[in-house]
Design a protein around this ligand. Structure first.
Ligand SMILES: Cc1ncc(COP(=O)(O)O)c(C=O)c1O
Length: 379
C-alpha cells in the first residue's frame, strides 16, 4: 500500500546526514563529557561544537544554549524554575505549558491565561494589561502546533522588556523553520525531533543573567541547570539537523508554501470544510481544517486505511476524546472542534502525495457523511 506521511508537526524522520553524523557516537566516540581522559574530552569538544551550530540558528551566544531531553523538559524547567508568584501564558499553549501552569497553581502561584481571537492570535496589548508588579514571566507559544498561527513575539518581547518581565517563547514548531530573532527574548525552548533531528534532545536558550532553578539535580552538567550524563549522539544529530535547516530554510519554505497553497485550495473545494488559523500570520507547513458532520478521529482512521498519516490536533491530545483546547479558545463549538483534521507538510512531501491525500480525503468524507447521524438529521 502507498504510504503518505503528513504529520511532520508530530515528529519528523531523522535526516540521513544527521544519522551518519551520530553513528560514531554510539561506538568509537561513546565517552562521557565529564571524564578527564581523552575519550571524555573529545566528547566534550564535540558537544561544544554542537552547541555553536545550534546557537547559530537563532543568532545566540553558544553559552546561552542548554541541553535538555525535549521541549517538554525545557518548558517544565522554565515555568517551574522561575522565581515569582505570577505568570502570564496564552490559552493556546502546548499541553506541557498548560499542565505545568496548572501544577504551579496548585503550588500557590497565580496564572493569567490570555485569550486569542478567532484566528488564534494573542493581542500583545492584552499581555501588557495582564502584567502586574508581581509578574515574573510571560510565556507565549511562537507558532501553534495545532493551527499554525504565528504570534508577534517581537512586540510581546518588547512589551515585556519595557515592563521588566522575563519573556519565554515555546518555539518548538518554528525553530529551524523560520528565522527567529532572540533580541527581545529571554528564554526559548525547542526540540530536535521536530526538525529532522533525533528524539531525546531539546534546548533552552537562556539569556545571560536570567536565573533558573534546575528541575533535575545531580552531577552539575549544563552549568548545573540540567544534571545527567549528556546525550551526545542525539545532540550531535540535532546540531547537524540545525545546520541543514539553516542551509535549506529558504528552499524548504518556498516548496512547502507552494504545496500548502495547493493543499488548501483542493481541500476547500469539499463542501462544509473550513481552514483554521490566521490567513497570513501562519506557518505554511500546518493546515488545520474542520469538517462539518464528521468526527476527526473517524477521518484519521479512514485515511490510515489508505496508508495516510494525519492527525486530529496535537499528537499529545489526539488519543483524548476531549475537543482541542486551542480550537475551543478560538471560539469553535465543541461539535466543530470534534471535526478537526491537521495535515502537516515536510521537506519530503511531494505534489503527488498531496494529490493522493486529496483524492482519499474526498472519498473518506463522502463515505463518512453518508453514515453520519449528524448529516442524516440535517436532511
Ligand atoms: C509547541 C510544542 N511545544 C512542545 C512540544 C513538546 O515537544 P517534545 O516532544 O520535544 O517534548 C511540542 C511537540 O508536539 C510542540 O509542538
Amino acid at each position: 500500500m502507498k504510504k503518505v506521511y503528513l504529520d511532520y508537526v508530530a515528529t519528523t524522520p531523522v535526516d540521513p546526514l544527521a544519522v551518519k553524523e551520530m553513528a560514531p557516537y554510539f561506538s568509537d566516540k561513546f565517552g562521557n563529557t565529564m571524564s578527564l581522559y581523552s575519550l571524555g574530552r573529545e566528547a566534550k569538544k564535540d558537544l561544544e561544537e554542537s552547541r555553536k551550530k545550534i546557537a547559530s540558528l537563532i543568532s545566540a551566544d553558544p553559552e546561552e544554549i542548554f541541553f535538555t531531553s525535549s521541549a517538554t523538559e525545557s518548558n517544565n524547567t522554565i515555568l517551574k524554575g522561575i522565581k515569582g508568584s505570577h505568570m502570564v501564558i496564552s490559552s493556546i499553549e502546548h499541553a506541557c505549558i498548560m499542565e505545568s501552569a496548572l501544577w504551579l497553581e496548585k503550588q500557590g502561584a497565580r496564572v493569567t491565561r490570555i485569550p486569542v481571537d478567532k484566528f488564534g492570535l494573542v493581542n500583545p496589548l492584552d499581555i501588557e494589561k495582564a502584567i502586574t508588579k508581581d509578574t515574573a514571566l510571560v510565556s507565549i507559544i511562537h507558532g501553534s502546533n495545532e493551527v499554525g498561527t504565528i504570534q508577534d513575539i517581537g512586540e510581546i518581547g518588547r512589551i515585556c522588556r519595557e515592563k521588566n518581565v522575563l519573556f519565554h517563547t515555546d518555539a518548538s514548531q518554528t525553530f529551524g523553520k523560520i528565522k527567529i530573532d532572540v533580541e527581545n527574548i529571554d528564554l526559548l525552548s525547542a526540540s530536535s525531533h521536530k526538525i529532522y533531528g533525533p528524539k531525546g534532545a531539546g534546548i533552552i536558550f537562556k539569556r545571560k543573567g536570567v536565573d533558573l532553578t534546575p528541575l533535575i539535580h545531580g552531577g552539575g552538567q549544563e552549568e548545573g541547570l540540567r544534571s545527567s550524563t549528556v546525550n551526545v549522539p542525539s545532540i550531535v544529530g540535532f546540531a547537524k539537523a540545525c545546520q541543514i535547516a539553516e542551509e535549506r530554510m529558504e528552499k524548504d519554505l518556498e516548496k512547502i508554501s507552494r504545496l500548502f497553497k495547493k493543499l488548501v485550495q483542493e481541500v476547500l473545494k469539499i463542501d462544509n470544510v473550513y481552514l483554521t488559523g490566521h490567513p497570513e500570520k501562519r506557518l505554511k507547513n500546518i493546515a488545520s481544517f474542520y469538517f462539518s458532520f464528521i468526527e476527526g478521529e473517524s477521518l484519521v482512521l479512514s485515511l490510515d486505511l489508505e496508508g495516510i498519516a494525519v492527525s486530529t490536533g496535537s499528537a499529545c491530545s489526539s488519543r483524548s476524546l476531549e475537543p482541542s483546547h486551542v480550537l475551543i479558545a478560538m471560539g469553535l463549538e465543541h461539535e466543530q472542534a470534534h471535526g478537526s483534521l491537521r495535515v502537516s507538510l515536510g521537506r519530503n512531501t511531494t505534489e503527488g502525495e498531496i494529490d493522493y491525500f486529496v483524492d482519499k480525503l474526498k472519498e473518506s468524507v463522502n463515505k463518512l457523511r453518508k453514515i453520519s447521524p449528524l448529516c442524516i438529521q440535517k436532511k
